[in-house]
Design a protein around this ligand. Structure first.
Ligand code: FMN
Length: 341
C-alpha cells in the first residue's frame, strides 16, 4: 500500500481527499491515465504511460485532456480548503510525462461558485441515455460558454439545424471508420464492458441504449464484451451540441482544454444538465478537420459534447487513491544495460 504523505501544509488525510477529488475527473474509456507525485512543497500530476490508449489517441491528446480535467478538480479541492493553487503547466523536457505542478499559493477564501462546483464533482456523470426534448434556456447556455471562457477555451454551440445534421453525419462516419479497424475494436474491448470489481474502464451498464435510426446520435459501443443484447431507444430530437476549442495549440492547449472541459461539465451538473461525448469526430483526423471547417474555427476542435436534460445514471468506478500515488515506473533499460547483463 502506498503511503500518502503530508503536502502543501495539509495533513495526509487532507491530501488523500484532494487526490480523491482529482481522480473523479472524466477520462477516455475511464482509463484514469494520471499519477501523482506528492512532496512536502508540491503535488505533481503526471500522465501515466501505462494507461495510454495508443490506437484511439496516438498523440496522447485525450490523455492530456483527462489530466487537465483532474488538474481542474485538484485546483477546486484546494480552493475548498481556502488555499490558492499556484499551477505550472508543462513543459519539462527532462520529464515529458509531467503535466503540471501544483503549489500552495497562500490563503484565499473560495468563492460560492467554486464551492458549488466542488460539491458537484461526485455528482457529475457521463450520461449516454436519451435526454428529454426540453430546450436549454439562454442563461444555461451562457453559463456553459462562460465556464469555457474562464479557462481560456471557447464553447461553440451548434444551433443551426443543417450544421447539426452535418455533424451527426460526421460522427456516424467517424464511428464506422473506427469500428472497421480491428486494433480499435481490440482496444475498446480491453476497456469496456469491464468485469464487476474492476476499478477502471466502462462497465456495460454505463453505456446507453442504441439510438433508433431516425434519431441516430452515435453512442460508443460499450456493450460488445458483455454478451447482452443492447436495447434501442428514441433519443431527443434536438440535443444541444457544443464544440470545445482552446485558444492555444499544442500540448499545453490540451491540458488547458481539459480544465475548461471539466469546468463546463461541472457547471452543467450544477445547472442540473446531462452531458455525453461524441469524441469520434475529433479522434478521426479527417472528420476533425471537416468539423473545424463546419464551425468556422481557426483551431482544431478538441471535444464535442451533447447536452440536455436527462435522468440520473449510475457512477463508474474509480481506482483507490493509494494507486494514484504509485512510484514512477522504472526507466526502460537502455540497449547497453541490456547487453551488459
Ligand atoms: C477526452 C475524453 C473523451 C471522451 N469521449 C467519450 C466518447 O466519445 N463517448 C463516450 O461515451 N464517453 C466519452 N468520454 C467519457 C468517459 O467515457 C467517462 O468520463 C468515463 O467513462 C468515466 O465516467 P464518468 O464521466 O461518468 O465519471 C470521454 C471522456 C474524456 C475525458
Amino acid at each position: 500500500m502506498n503511503e500518502i504523505p503530508a503536502a502543501l501544509g495539509l495533513a495526509p488525510d487532507q491530501v488523500e481527499d484532494l487526490l480523491l477529488t482529482a481522480g473523479r475527473a472524466p477520462s477516455l474509456h475511464n482509463s484514469q491515465p494520471w499519477r501523482f507525485r506528492v512532496t512536502p512543497q508540491a503535488i505533481e500530476l503526471h500522465a501515466d504511460r501505462d494507461r495510454a490508449l495508443p490506437v484511439i489517441d496516438p498523440a496522447g491528446r485525450e490523455q492530456r485532456i483527462a489530466c487537465g480535467a483532474a488538474l481542474f478538480n485538484l485546483r477546486l479541492a484546494l480552493h475548498g480548503r481556502d488555499i490558492r493553487p499556484t499551477v505550472t503547466i508543462l513543459p519539462d523536457p527532462a520529464r515529458p510525462d509531467l503535466v503540471a505542478t501544483i503549489r500552495n499559493g497562500g490563503h484565499k477564501v473560495a468563492t460560492p461558485e467554486q464551492r458549488e462546483q466542488l460539491r458537484a464533482v461526485p455528482r457529475r456523470r457521463t450520461n449516454r441515455h436519451p435526454f428529454t426534448d426540453a430546450q436549454l434556456i439562454p442563461a444555461e447556455l451562457n453559463a456553459l460558454r462562460r465556464a469555457a471562457l474562464d479557462e481560456g477555451a471557447w464553447l461553440h454551440i451548434v444551433d443551426r439545424r443543417e450544421q447539426r445534421d452535418e455533424l451527426q453525419d460526421l460522427a456516424a462516419r467517424a464511428h464506422r471508420l473506427q469500428m472497421d479497424d480491428p486494433a480499435f475494436r481490440a482496444e475498446l474491448d480491453r476497456w469496456t464492458a469491464t468485469a464487476p470489481g474492476r476499478t477502471d474502464g466502462v462497465p456495460a451498464a454505463a453505456g446507453g441504449p442504441l439510438p433508433t435510426p431516425q434519431r441516430r446520435w452515435v453512442v460508443r459501443e460499450f456493450h460488445r464484451g458483455s454478451g447482452s443484447e443492447r436495447a434501442t431507444a428514441d433519443f431527443e430530437e434536438e440535443p444541444v451540441i457544443a464544440v470545445l476549442t482552446a485558444h492555444l495549440t499544442g500540448d499545453r492547449a490540451d491540458v488547458q482544454v481539459g480544465q475548461a472541459l471539466e469546468r463546463v461539465l461541472l457547471t452543467a451538473t450544477v445547472e442540473g444538465l446531462a452531458v455525453s461525448f461524441l469524441s469520434q469526430v475529433v479522434e478521426v483526423p479527417r472528420t476533425r478537420e471537416e468539423l473545424r471547417r463546419l464551425v468556422g474555427g481557426s483551431r482544431p476542435p478538441q471535444a464535442v459534447l451533447r447536452i440536455g436534460r436527462g435522468w440520473p445514471v449510475t457512477a463508474t468506478p474509480r481506482r483507490p487513491v493509494a494507486d494514484l500515488v504509485r512510484p514512477e515506473p522504472r526507466p526502460a533499460p537502455t540497449d547497453r544495460s541490456v547487453g551488459a547483463r
